[in-house]
Design a protein. Structure first.
Length: 224
């Protein structure tokens, strides 16, 4: 399979569903805000909307169906081999609903980002919006973090917050958080591909300065 080469920093995006965060990143690339190129979109599920989004924008779309593999390690080895054909600068997990093996994560240490719909470290895992309401939280939001073997536990880059309203339902809260995701994720991707965001032994740094524990509050920031 030939590797697509560009003069821009190259990104591979992993998805499992609709790819709304993928679309947000595509939009920022196409409007010139994010100077990068998505060289491949890979889904572990066939026939999802995210694949259509990629194809619509002329981005190579690949399906690597996890149900066709005997175990997690076998799947991750195949996924790693596919990604490595593109040698991307950054790997974006955009709703990729797979727990990744330690060996896979280690292979891409420091160059793989994930977004999670909560203010990490609160509410790791699933059903974050319902859990935030049930917990009586006043604030909720989304966080971008570097990926480590710990589920939703990697070093946090930044977050955006929303206020939980008295009448909020899981669905209404999810919609407002998703709007924040679509601003936060492209911004963090931009910081990384521009060389400003890195992961060191001391943690994530922005412009050489260690990011505070819990990540940067980027709620009112559209650019840095």
């Amino acid at each position: 399979m030939p590797t697509v080469k560009t003069t821009l920093p190259e990104i591979v995006v992993l998805i499992s569903g609709s790819g709304s965060n993928l679309q947000a990143i595509i939009d920022q690339i196409e409007n010139g805000s994010l100077h990068a190129s998505i060289v491949a979109v890979i889904s572990n599920k066939p026939n999802v909307k995210g694949l259509e989004r990629a194809q619509h924008h002329g981005i190579p779309a690949h399906v690597l169906d996890h149900t066709q593999f005997d175990d997690r390690e076998a799947y991750d080895q195949a996924l790693q081999a596919l990604i490595d054909q593109f040698n991307p600068k950054l790997i974006i997990l955009a709703g990729f609903m797979r727990i990744l093996s330690k060996s896979f994560v280690k292979h891409y240490q420091g160059k793989m980002l994930n977004i999670h719909p909560s203010l990490l470290p609160k509410h790791k895992g699933l059903h974050t919006h319902a859990r935030a309401i049930e917990a009586g939280d006043e604030e909720h939001g989304c966080s971008v973090h570097f990926v480590t073997p710990e589920l939703d536990g990697g070093p946090i880059v930044g977050h955006r917050k929303v206020t939980i309203k008295a009448h909020d339902t899981e669905d209404s809260l999810a919609k407002r958080v998703q709007q924040q995701e679509h601003m936060l994720y492209p911004l963090c991707a931009k910081l990384f591909v521009d060389g400003r965001l890195t992961l060191t032994q001391a943690g994530p740094t922005l412009d050489g300065i260690t990011i505070i524990e819990g990540g940067l509050d980027l709620t009112d920031t559209d650019d840095l």
